[in-house]
Each structure stands twice: as C-alpha cells, then as structure tokens.
Design a protein around this ligand. Structure first.
Ligand SMILES: [Zn+2]
Length: 388
C-alpha cells in the first residue's frame, strides 16, 4: 500500500545532521548522477576552511576537499550516488522525499550512505569549532560512482592524488557497516573479488551419434566438479574461507536431438588474503589444464583483498564507539566490495564505520534518527582522538 507523505507522521527535523540529510535525500542522485549533493557538501566545507576541488571523470562527479597541508592526513570517504529505487509503487513513501515515522527516517540513500555524509559534515563543524588548530590535515573524498561501475570515481581520484604525491594516512569510509545496532560492527578489510568468463569449444552433432560430436557440457562437467570440490583455503584470523560460486552456465541449441558446440559460464571468487589474483588464476588454470578440454578463460578483477592491521585508527574508532554505545565493535572483513579496495592499496589504513545495513538497496530504506546523531558524535570523537 502506498502511503501519502502528508499522512506519514510529522516531518520533524530539529538537528543540523537531519536538516542536511533531508536536503541530500531530496536529490534524486541515482548512480552516477550526483544531482547537486556534492555542491551542498562543498559549500559547508568551504566555510570551514577546506580547499574543495571538483574532480569530474566522464559522467561522474567527484569531490576532493582538504583542510591543512600538514601530515598525517585523515580522510572521510563516501558516495552521494544511490541505487535506483526500483518499483516505486512498492515503497510506502516517496523514495526521494524524506519521511519521519516513529524515530525512523525513510528515503533512498538514508542508510547507504547519505546519513554518513551528513554525520561527517556536522562532526567536522563541531570539531573545528573546538579545535581549529588540530594536528595533521583533514580530507574528504566523495564520489558519485560507488554503486555503479566504480571506474571513474574513487579509483580515479586516488590515481590523481598519487600522481601529485598526495597521500592519505587514515581513511574512514562511511559505508553502512553495522549489523543490528549502530557500531556493533566495523569493517577492517574486504575479501577480494575475481570473476571468470569461460568459453568451452566443442563440435555440434546428432545426439544419436556422439562419436561424431564433441559435447562441451560433458567436457566441462568434471572440471566444474573439481572446482566445486576444491578447498581453496581455510580462511585465516581475519578472513572467512575463500568461496567459489558459479553464477551462469549457457549451452544447448534448443533441440532435443542436437548436442551443442559451445558452452559459456561465469563464476566468481570471493577470496581471502591467502591468495592474490595471480595465484588464484594460476590454480584455476592448473585445474583446467589437467583435463582434456578446449577452453578460453577471461578474467575480471574487481579488487584484491585488503586488511587494515589493528593500530591507531582501529583503536580510536573502537574507543569512540565504546564511549558512545557502551560496547566495542566487532572487527570484520565480510560483506561485498567497497571503495576501500581503491584507497587501501595507496598505503592508507582504512576502516568502514556507518549505519545499520539491514535495509540498504531495498524498498523502504531507512535509518534510525538517533543513529544519525550518534554516528556524528562517534566521528567527532575519532577526530579528537586522532588529531589532538
Ligand atoms: Zn554504499
């Protein structure tokens, strides 16, 4: 049932975090369209003394903002783009009109991750009012290309910074990392993601005369069994075991009396730091080459695994969460990929700390109002611990 906004409870917003968040939620920034969100953030940052640089690539809008020239550099990272709302009729409210109800704020991007952006900006405003002469520098790296191809966003900004010798030491990505309650989980790394696109070549034939044909399905079946049966690793202290999954197999000509000449398949590895993409590709090649099969394998690497060792940044974040919620976050490397995969290889310690992720990419995406305010306080506390 579709609920009209005027009947959906009072549209109360009485804090700077929620005011800013509502401004952002009203912008239809479906990936890779920024829809003016970064200009709102840049205006606020400029009044705080940040030097704001637009770094557009293709149809992607990116913002690199920095205050100060000293090292170390503490960077907040995030994205203004959101996934499409899907069938808007399934939403109880307009996905691009923020609606408050029972302490919850509804809207596309409310959890992933416009609430984190609002929390970051207001945390910075409070922190800089108290500590204008803090240690080091503060930066923000904001893209509109996290939910899409992720080619012209964070990756390109990092390449630009590297080319001119600018370095990020510590990075807090505002991705929704929490599971059940705010701050119960923090990401300190991510598994790698490697996809294979396979073509097996055979010879088409009459099903009654297999001796004159070469069925690619029969060729691939034992290889697939071996790929599935392989224990890739047992994981390690920080990573779950590497997982191999087939996502697609196509073959057959559509007739019951013809064996096909070609098979295509797609599969994906989510892998631990026990592998890199080269060693994993080699292992797969060895398995194929041990069978009698005419194949071609193309690869796409989404990102190598990364891990931030426990140290100053993870300690500060854990302490800040502990002080504001009463419990320490679990340090995890689960979940999908994030832009942390582009920031970490440049030498930064990267953590991801943001709202509860239960409703992200779903209809009726929402965030608890109290969590937005609390997240802003946690970000502010991390700034205090790291930069004063
Ligand atoms: Zn996100």
């Amino acid at each position: 049932m579709r609920k009209q906004n005027e009947n959906a409870g009072p549209s109360v917003s009485n804090s700077p975090e929620l005011d800013l968040l509502c401004d952002l939620l009203r912008r239809r920034s479906v990936t890779p369209d920024d829809a003016g969100c970064q200009a709102i953030l840049a205006d606020r940052l400029k009044s705080l003394g940040f030097n704001c640089e637009d770094m557009p690539f293709g149809d992607v809008t990116n913002l690199w903002a920095r205050r100060g020239s000293k090292e170390p550099v503490l960077c907040f990272a995030g994205h203004t783009d959101v996934v499409p709302p899907g069938s808007e009729i399934e939403w109880n409210t307009d996905p691009f009109e923020p609606v408050f109800e029972d302490g919850v704020l509804y809207g596309r991007g409310s959890a992933d991750m416009k609430s984190s952006l609002a929390a970051m900006i207001v945390a910075l405003e409070r922190f800089l009012a108290e500590q204008p002469d803090h240690d080091g520098s503060i930066a923000l790296l904001i893209t509109s290309d996290e939910e899409g191809r992720a080619r012209d966003g964070t990756l390109k900004v990092i390449e630009t910074l590297q080319a001119r010798g600018e370095k990020i030491d510590w990075c807090i990505v505002g991705e929704p990392s929490s599971q059940n309650t705010l701050g119960d989980m923090m990401r300190v790394g991510r598994r790698g993601s490697l996809s294979g696109m396979l073509t097996v070549q055979g010879v088409q034939g009459h099903v009654a005369y297999p001796q004159f044909a070469d069925n690619p399905i029969r060729r691939f079946a034992p290889v697939l069994a071996e790929l599935h049966g392989t224990k890739w690793d047992a994981g390690n202290r920080h990573f779950p075991p590497t997982s191999f999954q087939v996502v697609d197999i196509q073959s057959g000509v559509g007739a019951p009396n013809v064996t096909p000449d070609v098979l295509t398949a797609r599969f994906n590895f989510r892998y631990s730091t026990e592998w890199d993409h080269r060693s994993l590709k080699q292992k797969v090649k060895d398995i194929f080459d041990a069978h009698d099969i005419d194949y071609q394998l193309d690869w796409h690497l989404s990102g190598e695994p990364f891990l931030t060792s426990e140290g100053k940044l993870t300690d500060a974040a854990s302490q800040a969460v502990m002080e504001h919620t009463g419990s320490e976050p679990e340090l995890s490397t689960g979940g999908g990929t994030s832009d942390g995969r582009f920031i970490s290889p440049a030498g930064a310690d990267v953590i991801e700390l943001g709202p509860v992720n239960a409703s992200i990419h779903k209809v009726n995406e929402h965030v608890r109002v109290d969590d937005v305010l609390l997240l802003s306080r946690i970000y502010q506390r991390i700034l205090e611990i790291m930069l004063t």
